[in-house]
Design a protein around this ligand. Sequence first.
Ligand code: ADP
Ligand code: MG
Length: 322
Amino acid sequence: RRLDSRSGLPGGLLGEVQTPITLEPVESVYEVTGELGRGKFAVVKRCMEKSTGKMFAAKFLRKRRRGRDCRAEVVHEMAVLELARNNPRVVNLHAAHETDHDIVLILEYAAGGEIFDHCVSDELLPEAQITRLIRQTLEGVHHLHQTNLVHLDLKPQNILLTSQSPPGDIKIVDFGLARRLGVAGELREIIGTPEYVAPEVLNYEPITTATDLWSVGVIAYMLVTGESPFVGDDKQETYLNVSQVNVDFSRDSFSRVSELAVDFIRKLLVKAPEDRPSAAECMSHPWLWQQQLCLSPEPVTVRHFRERSCGTKWAAPPEDPE
Ligand code: ADP
Ligand code: MG
């Protein structure tokens, strides 16, 4: 493992956190109930703070993984959440506990589940809802990128909703692979989920903010079609599909998808990272603003991104909501 010359931590991990990591048992502060999800090294459970009755999500992260001490990785995940604290599209870190085996992150509870549930073909959301969710995702990603953070594991399982039906606002979770750009020279070798990961990641080429925009393209694709664009019968085939950008917009699944949606996705699923639009540039794509200005104006955000996206590759959003 390479060590960061400045922090002495592996792979440019962040080591400083403000949130106290308490040794007090989780169960004495919270009533821990059902499981919300799980990954390779984490289990997430719903819990209620006894003193306030407020709901939270407790993410139990194993400190030892594959026989290796990974406490630094967990602390890094906390540090990233703290850096994103003022980002309203990122789940808030409330507290942290430590046990013999785990560090437990007490997170803001996103009651609406994963947007993955809306990527299943027989219950797709209307495009007006999809564009609202993509706009919010882009706001969150833009905010992260402005802090020099890259998420690197954006996928429908890591974008949650504050409420289920009607779908609420998005919250980005899972900062286990997130990195701060520019702390340890070039960033390579961070492997997310092949299905959702950009070609430069699979090819061990430098990782930039553009890597996250690829994933936004994959997420938009899945929300409008209910299908995963690059998944193959095995890992090998998926890798090949991604690195060849083997994507077909004439498939049946696109029969009811608007041309603007296809245009948006097409511009993100581009092999060369430097040719992908930034999150701010994406915000002015007409797909995101077609009928929505009257439905959900969010005027401050609109103005914010209009002013920011200089040198935009796309036309400005329509001035007239009609
Ligand atoms: P992993 O690193 O194991 O993928 P995640 O942080 O992605 O862990 O959490 C796993 C799953 O748990 C998520 O996909 C989601 O379904 C659920 N989950 C995570 N955080 C929350 C939260 N704050 N509120 C509600 N559910 C959550
Ligand atoms: Mg996850």
